[in-house]
Ligand binder design. Structure first.
Ligand code: ZN
Length: 199
């Protein structure tokens, strides 16, 4: 668990009115302290179990020539898996078909609600700015990701979406669970791509 990092606050922030300044202050900088707990809910399942499901999705993506990123959305109260999916950008020729967006859409549709405040997201790579914004809109409770993405990430890199004053919800964020596995999967994928470029 050494690589495990907790980023930011340990609480859900819904920023409103006068709370804004205090939240901005508390949000500045990333607190990389150790996590105080690893369980997502009362189910007895560990974060690593759910991340394993996300990796299984990432493998599916790789086998279908998609960038290997997988995501799982879990109901933190019951431990029930609400949705699993992987990148489908190539399959659908849809630039927004990222794994995180797809699980949010599936769960929201299934539950008939646009907000999922009890849901925890497990994803194999740091979410991009688009997905981070969708995560804030969906009011997810918690985001756990594997590898950081210095080139395309939007949580601890780039625009750091959850620190922006225009972002009205900040989930609890943990990064660095099984970083190497995710990074290796992506490296392998792009190595193969270079060897066999699309015709
Ligand atoms: Zn994304």
């Amino acid at each position: 668990m050494k690589a495990w990092q907790k980023l930011g606050l340990g609480v859900i922030d819904i920023v409103e009115g006068g709370a804004m300044d205090e939240c901005r202050k508390r949000r500045s900088g990333l607190d990389r302290s150790q996590p105080d707990r690893l369980n997502a809910g009362m189910s007895g399942h560990q974060d690593t179990d759910y991340m394993a499901l996300a990796f299984a999705q990432a493998e599916l993506a790789a086998n279908r020539d998609e960038v290997p990123i997988g995501a799982v959305l879990v109901d933190s109260a019951t431990g029930r898996v609400l949705a699993t999916d992987h990148n489908r950008v190539e399959e659908w020729q849809d630039p927004t078909a990222h794994a995180e967006i797809l699980v949010i859409r599936r769960a929201a549709l299934a539950l008939g609600t646009k907000r999922l405040p009890a849901a925890d997201l497990y994803v194999t790579l740091e979410p991009c700015p688009m997905c981070a914004t969708a995560i804030a809109f969906a009011r997810l409770r918690r985001v756990v990701y594997a590898a950081s993405d210095p080139k395309g990430g939007g949580v601890e890199h780039g625009p750091r979406i959850f620190t922006q004053p225009t972002c009205h919800h900040r989930p609890e964020i943990f990064g660095g669970l099984e970083t190497e596995r995710s990074a290796e999967m992506l490296r392998r994928f792009f190595r193969t791509k270079r060897r066999f470029p699309p015709s």
